[in-house]
Design a protein around this ligand. Sequence first.
Ligand SMILES: Cc1cc2nc3c(=O)[nH]c(=O)nc-3n(C[C@H](O)[C@H](O)[C@H](O)COP(=O)(O)OP(=O)(O)OC[C@H]3O[C@@H](n4cnc5c(N)ncnc54)[C@H](O)[C@@H]3O)c2cc1C
Length: 408
Amino acid sequence: MNKLKLVMIGNGMAGVRTLEELLKLDAGLYDITVFGAEPHPNYNRILLSPVLAGEQTFDEIVLNDLSWYQEHRIRLLLNRTVVRIDRVRRRVIADDGTEAEYDRLLIATGSSPFMPALPGNDLRGVIGYRDIADTQAMIATARSHTHAVVIGGGLLGLEAANGLKLRGMQVTVVHIGQWLLERQLDRTSAELLQQALEQRGLRFRLAEQTQALLPSRQEPTRVGAVQFANGEQAPADLVVMAAGIRPNIQLALDCGLPCARGILVSDTLQTFDPRIYAIGECASHRGVAYGLVAPLFEQARVCANHLARLGFARYPGSVTAAKLKVTGIDLFSSGDFLGAPGTHSITLRDPIGGIYKKLVIKDDVLVGACLYGDTRDGAWYRQQISERHNIAAIRDRLMFGATAQDAR
Ligand SMILES: Cc1cc2nc3c(=O)[nH]c(=O)nc-3n(C[C@H](O)[C@H](O)[C@H](O)COP(=O)(O)OP(=O)(O)OC[C@H]3O[C@@H](n4cnc5c(N)ncnc54)[C@H](O)[C@@H]3O)c2cc1C
């Protein structure tokens, strides 16, 4: 009997996780073809930061090596970018002319770094931070050059800055916000973080706007400095743009699938064309395009359930939590950690121990948590937030986390 044909566009973390879940449910249902624009099998993108920092190698972060695809009879087409989806003929077409026919199509194209439209952003040495090629370019530049500027003081920017510093570069982080990680931390915890990173030799320019990237005098095709709105300059042989991501939706737009920030999907991860699913950072579910792995893995389970024709799982959305992967620095936040009107917070500060914890409560429910220095209870707080437990009876010991509850 002929199998159904499943084609996946994008050989990244969310897509391959969906295949793994599908194979567990029904390994024989589909002939599977995967198009991947990168020349590598699926690797753990999260761990690019430890690779940049010299703590892990690329081989160590590969999640599914080539033998995995062979073992599961998956036709893997690497180094091939899909350029068109023909929904009438149910085919996808890649940049080298390869075509593949589908009964079900899974779009898992992820995101691309947002490159601000600054003069000079096409100079050599100006890069985003998304894949192993970017990481290798940064490592190579650190061997031959001295000054790096990272634009963006979010999680990605700080991990890039830390890695480049460990590779021997002098690094300045330029951030438009008043404090670092303003989407993950409140001002107090962000200041503790900044101090810790300054002690490691990183420099920061906060509330600063980059105006232009200037060419190097010695190598005019390469970047040499960053110019700020106030006219000041900072030397820069390398500029890493970490100012946000944009979901890769062009293929979907071109074939008429409705998109907002990402490709619009239902609770079954289906697009407006029921044969076509979208998952991961390229998808927009109930108005949210997630940029972290945990929600994408939850999506993967649901998507696989439907691809396997079981048809009962629903994805309701996720409560996310943030972590910074800089060795020796622990921070965690989840939910409404700033505290909207109608909430109140309990805080603990230990300036000597470098610990700060803030829990935000509304109507006897924990709605947000921000932890710096001691994040052991992060997962437990996240669970309290997502499951909306009533904490009235444990308010007095909520600050002391999961173990304090067990001790009673
Ligand atoms: C340096 C770094 C650190 C991170 N750290 C964390 C972290 O600590 N925690 C966390 O939760 N998340 C982290 N993330 C985010 C996380 O990696 C992403 O959320 C996750 O990888 C998204 O999975 P995805 O499958 O949607 O996209 P991706 O993993 O990006 O996979 C998409 C793939 O599709 C390919 N592709 C795109 N268009 C096409 C096309 N037309 N044809 C063929 N192939 C195509 C891309 O080349 C890519 O390989 C980090 C990201 C980076 C870059």
